[in-house]
Unconditional design. Sequence first.
Length: 59
Amino acid sequence: MMRTRLRICQAKVRYADQASALNVAEKREYLVRPYRCDRCGAWHLTSRRKGKRIPRPDR
């Protein structure tokens, strides 16, 4: 598994727990997923999907 680059970690919003990150992720225009950062231990959101961003389906 790749380690999160420090610069990337510092630039991202930190969420205290997975539930908080998921709550924000559901409101985003693009699909994002939460992950626990190996640098800071907090939760961040990522849109990484093998290099492509996937638009959120209409609800």
